[in-house]
Design a protein around this ligand. Sequence first.
Ligand code: NAP
Length: 217
Amino acid sequence: MKIGIVGGTGDIGEGMVMRLSPLYDVIIGSRDTEKAKSVCNCTLDVCEKRGDKPCTVVGASNQDAVTCADIVILAIPFKHLVSTLETLECFENKIVISPVNPMEKRNSFEFVPPSEGSAALLVQKMLPKSTRVCSAFNTIAANKWRALDEELAYSVPVCGDDADAKRQVMDIVNHISKLQAFDAGPLAVSSMVEALTPLLLNIARYNKMRDVGIQFC
Ligand SMILES: NC(=O)c1ccc[n+]([C@@H]2O[C@H](COP(=O)([O-])OP(=O)(O)OC[C@H]3O[C@@H](n4cnc5c(N)ncnc54)[C@H](OP(=O)(O)O)[C@@H]3O)[C@@H](O)[C@H]2O)c1
């Protein structure tokens, strides 16, 4: 299975690439192919030092990360979501994962969704009807993705309307470290998942904690 990461050079993108590349073929997307290739080389170095055997990892344009992938992760900030999606095509019949959290730092962190209700619903509206959108990975901090010596022992709520797409996304989640996927319902309720991150950031801030995550039990 090929996973393309649009914005695979960013804070969560880089850690995702390192965690996913021993498991799946990964295409790192960027607006700047050289930047993506540099993240690719860095990933290969890290894999070699750790004795991990990566599948195929390549640095590419964001468009190639979409075109060549079966599953696309949109690892870009909410404020650049619309402008980025407007430049990309070939999403037909693909599964798209949105970890995007629309929020702003005011006095505290606040959930500021678009008029569609959530970033994931905005993504679904912008992409072709055949694209199956799920939200996942919204609550895993970038520092935790990158801390390869630590297990990722978190719960991951997954929302989506297509049962097969959701099953495939949950399967990917369950293959990464100790992440545990939970079916959180249809995409219509993805706002509740996206709103968890400003909550976690406020909890971290007001309780002097770092990289707070969630576990359902
Ligand atoms: N950071 C976290 O801890 C965390 C946790 C959970 C979920 N998330 C969500 O994951 C998404 C990515 O977060 P992040 O912190 O990884 O973001 P980020 O590092 O700020 O940016 C990710 C990538 O977006 C691209 N980008 C930056 N400016 C852009 C622009 N003007 N137009 C198009 N692309 C642009 C850049 O890639 P290129 O320069 O290579 O094109 C950058 O590497 C967000 O939606 C966030 O809500 C983040």
